[in-house]
Design a protein around this ligand. Structure first.
Ligand code: B12
Length: 226
C-alpha cells in the first residue's frame, strides 16, 4: 500500500509534467517519501524507474514524442539528485577504480550516472568518459588511468552491439587482461555480455556494484591481478 502510493505520486509527477506542462513537483515528492522513511533505493526501484518505464512504453506506442523522453529524462535526473544527497558520502577508503562511459552512438546517461553514484558511495573512484564514447577513447583512457574495472552503458538495441567492438579494441591493445569489464543498461543480459566478451552484464545498478565489489575482494584475497 505504502509503496503503491509513492509509486502513484511519482508517476503523477511524470505524466502531469509531460502532458500538462505543469511545474515539476518531483523534488518535493521524493523528499517527502524520504522523510516518511522510504529507503532511497526503494524510491528508485519502485518509484522512479517504473514511472520512466511507462514513459518509454507510451513513446513506443506513439503516444509520446522524443521531446517527452527529454522531459522525462530531466525529471528523472532531478529525482535522482535529491536521492543522491541522501546516499552515504564517499567512504575514505577507495577500494578500486571504475572507468565508465556510454558507448558510441548512445546518449542515454541516467542509468550510467546512477550506477556511478552508487559505486562511488560504495568506495569506488569513478572516471566518467560521458556519452557517445568510441572504442579508441576507451582504449586510450584505460591506458592512461589503469582502472580495475571498465563499465560500458548501452540502452539501444543498436548501440549494445558496439560493446564487443570495444572489447576487441582492448584485446588488440593488449589491455583486456588488465581489467574486468561490466556492461549495463536496460537491454543488457548476462548472456549477451558474455557473448560480447565482457565479464558481466546487468540491468540493475545495485547488482552492478555488488559484482564490482566481489571482483575487488577476490583480487585482494588472491593478492594478485585476475
Ligand atoms: C529518457 C530516455 C531518453 C532520453 C535520454 C536522456 C538521458 N540524458 O539519458 C533521450 C530523449 C535523449 C532519448 C533519446 C532516444 N531514445 Co530513449 N529513452 C529514454 C527512456 C524513457 C528512459 C531511459 C532511462 O533513463 N532509464 C532509467 C535508467 C535508470 O535505467 P537504465 O538506463 O536501464 O539504468 C539502470 C540499469 O540498466 C543500470 N545501468 C545502466 N547503465 C549501466 C552501466 C553499468 C556499467 C552498470 C553496471 C549498470 C548500468 O543501472 C541503472 C539503475 O538500475 C527509455 C525507456 C525506458 N524506460 O528505459 C527510452 C528508450 C531507451 N529510448 C529509446 C529510443 C528509441 C530513443 C531514440 C532512438 C528516440 C529517437 N527516435 O530519437 C533516441 C536515441 C538517442 C541516442 N542516440 O542515444 C528506446 C530504445 C529501444 C531499443 N531497444 O533500441 C527506449 C527503450 C524507449 C522505447 N520503449 O521505445 N531517450
Amino acid at each position: 500500500m505504502f509503496r503503491k502510493e509513492i509509486l502513484k505520486r511519482i508517476q503523477d509527477c511524470f505524466t502531469d509534467c509531460v502532458e500538462n506542462f505543469t511545474h515539476c513537483r518531483i523534488a518535493r515528492v521524493v523528499k517527502e517519501a524520504l522523510r516518511d522513511g522510504t529507503p532511497a533505493l526503494d524510491i528508485l526501484e519502485y518509484g522512479l524507474n517504473p514511472a520512466l518505464r511507462v514513459v518509454g512504453e507510451r513513446f513506443e506506442r506513439g503516444e509520446y514524442f522524443v521531446s517527452d523522453l527529454i522531459i522525462a529524462g530531466q525529471i528523472m535526473k532531478e529525482g535522482v539528485s535529491v536521492l543522491e544527497q541522501m546516499l552515504p558520502k564517499k567512504g575514505a577508503e577507495i577500494c578500486g577504480t571504475i572507468l565508465i562511459g556510454t558507448v558510441k552512438g548512445d546518449m542515454h546517461d541516467v542509468g550510467k550516472n546512477i550506477f556511478s553514484t552508487l559505486a562511488q558511495a560504495s568506495g569506488f573512484r569513478i572516471i566518467d568518459l560521458g556519452v557517445d564514447v568510441s572504442a579508441d577513447r576507451f582504449v586510450e583512457a584505460v591506458r592512461e588511468n589503469n582502472p580495475d574495472i571498465v563499465g560500458m552503458s548501452a540502452l539501444l538495441g543498436s548501440t549494445m552491439n558496439y560493446i564487443p567492438r570495444i572489447v576487441e579494441a582492448l584485446v588488440k591493445a593488449g589491455l583486456r587482461n588488465r581489467v574486468r569489464i561490466i556492461a549495463g543498461g536496460a537491454p543488457i543480459t548476462q548472456s549477451f555480455a558474455r557473448r560480447a566478451g565482457a565479464d558481466a552484464g546487468v540491468n540493475n545498478a545495485v547488482q552492478g556494484v555488488e559484482k564490482c565489489r566481489e571482483w575487488l575482494e577476490s583480487q585482494r584475497d588472491s593478492g594478485h591481478d585476475h
